[in-house]
Design a protein around this ligand. Structure first.
Ligand SMILES: [Zn+2]
Length: 463
């Protein structure tokens, strides 16, 4: 099936400077060899331990630098801190509009080898899967991005636009020493960049049997807060009626019991409406108009039981850090809690904190902001989105503009007005996704080959 699909593309031509250039090189690609090259690149990449903290991503940046240099390209490594850095390289296009940036991060989250069936930093292959920390998040994506650039370079195909391969450190810790540094120090010297293709979305099987090409166009915004309460220190044998600890517990209890009415933003309404066509049974009608469906109590209760769905229609508060005393018989003078709040697009952070203070109802508790980004969303009326739609059509699939409950580095580029989409060209099932930040993270050979094919097609057909 895939072969037939590929062969119908062989006659494709692209326009560059008004010239028609036959894709002779692409037609001649040996996809078995491409798959093997992708597998070997991923295995080598997984063996470079870029666990963050501390990251040590410079070795991975040098790895990509060597690959691009060997093929006559001019990669540039940048250092953001001691032993930390990234790399970028440009593939010249035909001069149509600004560049397409292919972005991924070099760092990975820690892995506990005792929880894995295969060692997390060995890049072992078993039954058609390559295992290792970062296989999905996001080294596999980096491999298909790099290979697409390398294959286009080798075949002599000139894509319509410049393509920038960019690999950054520190994403897993918020990206300040990575994409945040890059947009400040490197991006201004790169000329016009029209779009960024990053991690965040992927291709998913759906109940209808069709594939959904989920393109992440918006993300919830993190607002991290610290609540601190003070009281009199004392001996545990003579507890006062009120202490730093009791005040904090009461404040947190009030926050926890506060009912949160669901709010369906335009982005989320569109996301579920696009998913509706891929559902079966009564889900189809509910998803087609989520706002109306949520007004119905029975549906609302079932819908909100699923945490990911609930997070898409609510500003959430997770109490994650608690700290007070360190000795059983001493009443501490200070206690604090940290809250990981995630705000929907359109929620005003100031108004949210104001409401939180009202709910707490205790003016002696101090609230500080630890981290906050501006709202992060991209429009869908761009040539890149249209190219992804054409790619999906070619596989009888649908594009679904999704909203992420988490956040990626995309917000750094969106803040600078560059549309950024989260889209890894891999078909990932629920079990494939469990490895992300979990045990036995893996990516299939098929995904490496088909991901490379999809990405090359996207680059060539982007107008
Ligand atoms: Zn990631």
């Amino acid at each position: 099936m895939k072969r037939g699909h590929r062969s119908c593309r062989l006659g494709l031509v692209v326009v560059a400077f008004g010239l028609w250039i036959p894709l002779a090189g692409a037609a001649a690609l040996d996809w078995t060899a491409v798959e093997q090259e992708a597998v070997e690149l991923l295995r080598d990449y997984l063996r470079i331990d870029t666990t963050n903290p501390p990251g040590n991503e410079l070795a991975a940046a040098r790895f990509w630098e060597a690959k691009f240099k060997a093929e006559g390209l001019s990669p540039r490594v940048f250092e953001t801190a001691a032993n930390r850095g990234g790399v970028w390289v440009r593939l010249r296009g035909g001069g149509r509009g600004g560049a397409l940036m292919l972005l991924h991060h070099l760092d990975v989250v820690p892995a506990n080898p005792s929880e894995w069936h295969y060692p997390p930093y060995a890049g072992e292959e078993h039954h058609g899967y390559i295992y290792g920390r970062g296989a999905v998040d996001a080294k596999g994506l980096g491999v298909v991005q790099a290979l697409a650039v390398l294959l286009l370079r080798r075949s002599g195909v000139v894509p319509p636009r410049d393509v920038l391969f960019v690999a950054t450190p520190d994403e897993e810790a918020g990206g300040r020493a990575g994409a945040g540094w890059f947009v400040e120090h490197v991006l201004p010297g790169l000329g016009q960049v029209d779009f960024v293709l990053n991690e965040g979305g992927h291709i998913r099987p759906t109940p209808s049997g069709k594939l959904a090409f989920e393109v992440a166009v918006a993300e919830k915004t993190p607002l991290w807060l610290r609540l601190t309460s003070h009281g009199k220190a004392g001996h545990g044998s003579v507890p006062p009626a009120e202490s730093a600890v009791t005040k904090l517990i009461q404040a947190l209890a009030r926050l926890q019991s506060q009912p949160r009415a669901p709010r369906v933003t335009d982005e989320v309404q569109r996301y579920f409406a696009a998913l509706a066509a891929l559902q079966v049974g009564e889900q189809t009608a509910h998803f087609a108009d989520l706002r109306t469906a949520l007004a119905e109590q029975k549906f609302r209760e079932t819908f909100l039981l699923e945490p990911r769905q609930a997070a898409l229609v609510q500003d959430t508060i997770a109490i994650t850090v608690l700290q007070a005393g360190s000795k059983t018989n001493v009443i501490p003078a200070r206690a604090f809690a940290e809250l990981d709040c995630r705000l929907l697009p359109g929620t005003d952070p100031l108004a949210f904190v104001q409401r939180l203070l009202e709910v707490i109802g205790d003016a002696t508790i101090r609230v500080e902001t630890l981290l906050q980004f501006p709202p992060s969303a991209s429009p869908t009326n761009t040539p890149l989105y249209a190219a992804i739609e054409r790619l999906a059509e070619g596989e009888n699939a649908r594009v679904v503009p999704s909203v992420l409950t988490g956040f990626t580095d995309s917000h750094y580029f969106r803040e600078r007005g560059i549309p950024s989409y989260g889209f890894a060209p891999f078909v990932l099932s629920e079990s494939d996704l469990q490895g992300m930040h979990g045990a036995d993270e893996r990516l299939s050979r098929t995904n490496l080959r088909e991901g490379t094919r999809r990405l090359m097609e996207l680059i060539r057909t982007l107008e």
